[in-house]
Design a protein around this ligand. Structure first.
Ligand SMILES: C[S@@+](CC[C@H](N)C(=O)[O-])C[C@H]1O[C@@H](n2cnc3c(N)ncnc32)[C@H](O)[C@@H]1O
Length: 336
């Protein structure tokens, strides 16, 4: 979700909800894993179908309040775990018929409104951006990492053209004072060479810091891998992304598990690798005009899904190698 377009009168709005339900088809029953419970928008909708069970995860302990309300209503069909989805493999899933696993990436409106989390440009005071179960905050990143390290994070996680200038100005500013959220926004505004009147000048920097602080790259890679293993035959893996980096990772991963890799186009079909998933729609689903009108922040959402062809648990993936430059940048956090 884009932190620039938060209005006080907005309520929580589960993005692409109808589309999610239409691809995971809970009307046929089965167990579903909601990896990003948030305010429970998806979980609640799935539980409306009688023969379903939902296991939900969220790294933010505060989402437990909403989860407890759902638990009261569906004591036998709903489980909540305060867990990061990179730990999906820690779930004890004996004989569960996992028919759908959904990810709605990013953060919820409730988290943005919580100014202590520091995800919104209106936040005052210390930099934060931790969604839960973190090792360091944006305050550590901006006030402790070196010039070149900050530049890499801003460039690669935020696609920020002025990364060099901004990181240099961060280093200069912090010689006199620890940088807090309003300071960071000032530094960015003064450093930007070109003004973009459509989006807040700090949008890309906030995105970059949030991805870094929450280790969103390795979270996503591990989450996708474990989800692909856990799903049963005919089960659906559905992912809603909000920015191009996430979508690039999901698209690559889906393609690599669903496309036959022909060694040579001159060799017979026999030499093609059997794939574990199939993709029915190449293009991602995006919000309808109605949804866009009702919930502006949904404008960058994209839903991709793929369907598992058998119960196999084993497959190989080169995804960590493909995105190793991003993992290397993420690892800069190990020194904090
Ligand atoms: C966009 S919201 C989900 C909203 C939800 N679909 C709904 O309808 O209420 C994303 C949620 O995912 C959680 N989250 C983000 N990264 C996570 C991770 N790696 N593991 C578990 N939860 C995560 C956030 O804390 C946030 O609550």
């Amino acid at each position: 979700m884009d932190a620039t377009i938060v209005h006080d009168n907005l309520k929580h709005y589960p993005v692409l909800l109808k589309e999610i339900i239409s691809v995971i088809t809970p009307q046929h029953g089965g167990t579903f894993i909601d990896c990003t419970f948030g305010q429970g928008g998806y979980s609640k909708e799935i539980l409306k179908y009688k023969n379903t069970k939902v296991i939900s995860l969220d790294r933010d302990i505060e989402s437990k309040i909403k989860a407890n309300q759902i638990k009261e209503k569906f004591p036998d069909r709903f489980i909540f775990k305060n867990l990061r989805f990179s730990k999906l493999n820690n779930l004890k899933l004996k004989n569960e018929n996992i028919k759908g696993i959904v990810f709605d990436l990013g953060y919820s409106f409730v988290q943005i409104k919580d100014l202590n989390k520091g995800l919104s440009f209106d936040s005052k005071g210390k930099l934060n951006m931790m969604m839960g179960q973190n090792e360091f905050s944006a305050n550590d990143v901006v006030n402790k990492l070196e010039d070149k390290e900050i530049e890499k994070i801003l460039r690669h996680f935020g696609d920020e053209n002025d990364a060099k200038l901004i990181s240099r100005n961060i280093i200069n500013f912090r010689k006199s004072k620890k940088i807090n959220t309003p300071d960071l926004i000032n530094i960015i505004e003064k450093s930007k060479r070109k003004k973009n009147f459509k989006i807040h000048s700090a949008t890309k920097i906030f995105q970059a810091l949030r991805i870094f602080v929450n280790k969103e790259i390795s979270e996503l890679l591990n989450g996708l891998i474990f989800a692909s293993k856990i799903l049963k035959k005919d089960g659906v893996l559905a992912v809603v992304t909000f920015h191009s980096l996430e979508d690039k990772i999901v698209k690559y991963f889906f393609k690599s598990l669903s496309e036959n890799e022909s060694i040579s186009r001159y060799l017979p079909q026999l030499n093609q690798r059997e794939t574990l998933f199939k993709i029915l729609e190449k293009k991602p689903r995006t919000p309808s005009l109605k949804e866009l009108r009702e919930n502006i922040p949904s404008r960058s959402a994209k839903l991709r899904y793929m369907i598992k062809k058998d119960n196999s648990y084993n497959f190989e993936t080169d995804i960590f190698n493909e995105f190793r430059n991003l993992i290397e940048i993420e690892n800069l956090g190990n020194k904090l």
